[in-house]
Ligand binder design. Sequence first.
Ligand code: NAP
Length: 315
Amino acid sequence: MPRAFLRSKVGTKLYDVMIVGGGGAGLTAALYASRAKLETLLFEKLIPGGQIATTDLVENYPGFVDGILGPEIAQKMEAQAKRYGTQFAYEAAAGIKQTGTVFEVQTAEGVYAGRTVILAMGASYRTLGVPKEKELTGKGVSYCATCDGAFFKEKEVIVVGGGDSALQEGIFLTRFASRVTVVHRRDKLRASVILQERANANPKISFIWDTIIDKIEGNNRVEAVLLKNVKTARTETLRTDGVFVFIGHDPNTELVRGFLDLDAKGYVLADELLQTSIPGVFAAGEVRKGSTRQLITACGEGCEAALAAQKYLEN
Ligand code: NAP
């Protein structure tokens, strides 16, 4: 569908539901809103899928006994929403405002108007904030094992973090790397037991506890990291070919800062019906304070937000 068809000048086309973000939450909201015959527009600045688009295998989405590839389920969700009439604007939402009962979303291509908005922008990976991290990103520093893992065949890599992402992606990296060292700042993992068991059983994976990365070293390519034990303050240089960082996420809420209520960390505050501080604006998925940050719950919240938007429109 040509983009020009999607563009609406304020006053000429009014969508029922505008969804910002095409991860699991946004795509499910789109599916439900479209199936309710609501005129639905979804903004996605990259490729649909959000975090699952860069996840190797999704193993905990019910119904897929052997798991399903992240990009595959993302594409299926997008196709399913389109099948029922969701229109996609592959553009970044850069501004949002309210005029009376109408919301306007601004992108580089134009202004779109709608009667409700579902915020589903998700969250983005955190960076370490240490010297040379930025400079060596793409040159050995990575935040996506699915994207970059294959560049590390028979190489030694470090994974930073102790959560599900660190272990899941660390295990994935053992397909390529000869050795994966997980560096965690505590002596206890946050990751689920099943992933801990799998990582412990993997002969290519080892752990360095109570340790942070103080500095990444290398000229034009990662060559080593300077590790610091947080209990003893002892430092040590470890040679490595790559540093994969999985230390959590921050919410993508720049768009709505100052527009509606956020918590101190920037997550959108919403009530049990997923309505934000502005009637007609709903939040679903990881962008929302209190989200359990799982694909299945993001999808569930997307569904709930679409139903809440429908009810709001009926009233
Ligand atoms: P997370 O659960 O927030 O874990 C982040 C990890 O990074 C923690 O171990 C944390 O240490 C560490 N960390 C945070 N800031 C750090 C820093 N500045 N320096 C060093 N270490 C730092 O994030 P996640 O692993 O990305 O997971 C996010 C959500 O997605 C979770 O709810 C998770 O369950 C879900 N998820 C699920 C799956 C799955 O079910 N298979 C896969 C991926 C993600 P502390 O432990 O000391 O806080």
